[in-house]
Write a protein that binds this ligand. Sequence first.
Ligand code: NAD
Length: 349
Amino acid sequence: MSTTGFEYEALPGRVVFEPGGIDRVRTEAERLGSSRAAVLAAPEEEAWAQRAQATLGRLVAGRIDRVRQHVPEEVAEAAREQARGFDADLLVSIGGGSTTGLAKAVALTTGLPILAVPTTYAGSEMTPIWGITAGARKTTGRDLRVLPRTVLYDPELTVTLPPALSAASGMNALAHCAEALWVPAANPVIDALAEAGIRALAAGLPRVVEEPTNVAARAEVLLGAYLAGCALAAVGTGLHHKLAHVLGGTFDLPHAEVHAVLLPYTTALHCHEHPEGVERIARALGAPDAAPALWELAHRLEVPTSLAELGLSEDQATEAAKLVTENGAQAHGDVELVLHQAMIGEPPA
Ligand code: NAD
């Protein structure tokens, strides 16, 4: 990154961040001109969906509750049909990245606007990136039609997110911030934002794990997740996300946990080529070295710390290395090194 010249494209969107803000969902839907809202939420997100539906009242045109991780094509198609059947004019997604992802898949072909109410730290609500899985392959793309028009952040909705999921989801957000600091599109605006995001996440996550109902700690982590989503949206992704994407999409490994496992190793890999970015991570963590500090944070948060623990076999790791390097953009040796270390979860070299 150079401070003498850079490009940065700000994205549009309204953000409301407020404990208890779920009760403003109707006002926000009306602000978008809606009179027929389709509410998307997974069965695990039922309590929040009910609360939103009660507030939305007569604005609710129908409910879509078939949500799957990584948005299988047939699930996306079924949701599109439901939205058409409801004659919906707005998609209100309440849930984690999988629910937001489903709303995006619907918006992609219908052009319907999205009001997103996130309940995890995935950050998808801030990005124009969509992902759909057909067969074993996940395809992603960028389209402004899928960028939520309004995002309603209510930290109270995240208190039910179990500590283990909170920790993994928070490490996923931290990975968005970290990678934003070393990708080619890195710029000073996003550097500042990503560093602030890492600081908030690293400070808030241990508090959230110890005391999951602490709304102030939840708010700190949710703010970090919001900044992480902005960073991801603005500068895109690199090797870390490519690896996570292949491991999640091809071998059906849990998305957030894969990010948590990989992060110390992908950070170690970047410390020579992008020392400034990696130093920023260390500064935000209050540690001399970023990679070991991330490894220690993962252990402290008790997230999974090896790919073997997530069920990846040696053969699958070899196949993943091939898939990640097939377009020639990544050095096979680098990818193998990251995968080898992440497979056993050893301290980062
Ligand atoms: P998720 O949405 O699959 O949620 C994990 C589980 O937690 C689900 O069972 C969900 O129902 C449950 N849950 C959600 N909120 C809860 C709450 N408050 N209390 C209790 N349970 C709750 O997982 P995720 O990590 O949020 O999202 C992962 C997905 O998001 C992946 O498919 C990933 O590719 C995608 N993603 C996309 C982008 C993007 O920009 N397009 C960015 C980040 C993640």
